[in-house]
Ligand binder design. Structure first.
Ligand SMILES: C[S@@+](CC[C@H](N)C(=O)[O-])C[C@H]1O[C@@H](n2cnc3c(N)ncnc32)[C@H](O)[C@@H]1O
Length: 318
């Protein structure tokens, strides 16, 4: 396991902080489940609104958040526990054990602490071991993926999760290179990506390895699968009138959340050409508000990471 880090002043800055608190509106006595605890920024803001009554269940698949959780508990004094694991599994376990919550929050992706620690291998900007596991105890890292996946699968991952136009060229170059020299470090991968793409594509559209690194991270951590499994589990966990908030950072995630809210709002699963409903399924959620909440220009100026953030909120039908 990686050594824990001590909370510092350069901690992760919670995005859409005021908007999250306003939309989820915690009240004294309620139970808040923060599925992506990180540095505890959102959890702290939500916990303060509980005014000493109620509790917080914090989840993170990264055990190195433990010192942040201790700080959170000390500073808020709220009744709280930290559960280590993948949020969809933990949510299902909680719901199956009869736990009920008033608020469930998911703030997707990686934290600044994960990105900024070179040894985690998330960054294309520094040479480090090829890793990218959010849970350092997980079996599968970017090293296995890059060195073992078939060329076609790599190209598919780069295209789907990174929207990388040169996906096939990059996959081909990786497979050629690894035949004589397996990839161990991010720097080696960045070099191969740069050599595989045509010169004009190396300029503009940000760092040439940015999209491939995003795609590998999504695949290594099964980020979209986890989200798809977590949403119905969160719905089951919520009490009537309970609120679900999801902050996503790219269109693939936002699409899943939007579709989930649309489906649960409609309820009925009959084909559109059926004259009357025969499934009898009633709506289980309503989107509150209807549209995604975006960060203000001021927030983006202060924290460029907020640029692509979208918050969607649903309320469970009572
Ligand atoms: C963007 S950060 C959250 C930051 C937090 N909201 C704050 O204000 O400090 C995302 C965190 O969620 C965790 N995480 C991401 N996906 C997860 C999953 N499927 N299960 C559990 N934890 C996850 C990451 O390890 C990371 O610590």
């Amino acid at each position: 396991m990686l050594p824990s880090v001590l909370p510092t002043e350069t901690d992760h800055v919670p995005v859409l902080a005021d908007e999250v608190v306003a939309a989820l509106a915690p009240r004294p006595g309620e139970t808040v489940v923060d599925c992506t605890f990180g540095a505890g920024g959102h959890a702290t803001l939500l916990a303060r609104r509980l005014r000493g009554e109620g509790k917080v269940i914090a989840i993170d698949r990264d055990e190195t958040v433990a010192p942040y959780f201790e700080r959170f508990r000390r500073e808020t004094g709220v009744k709280a526990r930290l559960l280590h694991g993948e949020f969809s599994t933990v949510l299902s376990g909680l719901a199956g054990n009869g736990v009920r919550a008033d608020i469930v929050l998911l703030d997707l992706g990686v934290s600044s602490m994960q990105l900024d620690r070179p040894e985690r291998g998330f960054s294309y900007a520094v040479d480090a071991p090829l890793d990218m596991r959010m849970d350092p105890s997980a079996d599968y890292s970017a090293r296995e993926l890059v060195n073992e996946a078939p060329e076609r699968d790599l190209a598919d991952i780069f295209r789907r999760y990174g929207e990388e136009r040169n996906a096939r060229r990059i996959a081909r170059a990786i497979v050629k290179e690894r035949a004589s020299h397996p990839f161990e470090r991010t720097g080696e991968l960045v070099k191969t990506i740069k050599s595989a793409i045509p010169a004009p594509a190396r300029f503009g559209e940000g760092h040439p390895a940015k999209r491939v690194f995003q795609a590998l991270r999504i695949e290594v951590n099964d980020e979209l699968g986890a989200l798809e499994r977590a949403l119905p589990a969160a719905l089951e966990l919520l009490r009537p009138e309970g609120r679900l908030g999801v902050i996503s950072f790219h269109s693939l995630e936002d699409r899943i959340v939007k579709q989930f809210l649309r489906d649960t709002e409609r309820g009925c699963t009959c084909p559109p050409d059926f004259p009357v409903c025969v499934c009898g399924s009633a709506p289980t959620m309503r989107a509150t508000p209807r549209r995604a909440i975006r960060p203000s220009a001021g927030e983006i100026a202060r924290n460029p990471r907020a640029q692509s953030a979208r918050l969607r909120v649903g309320t469970k039908v009572g």
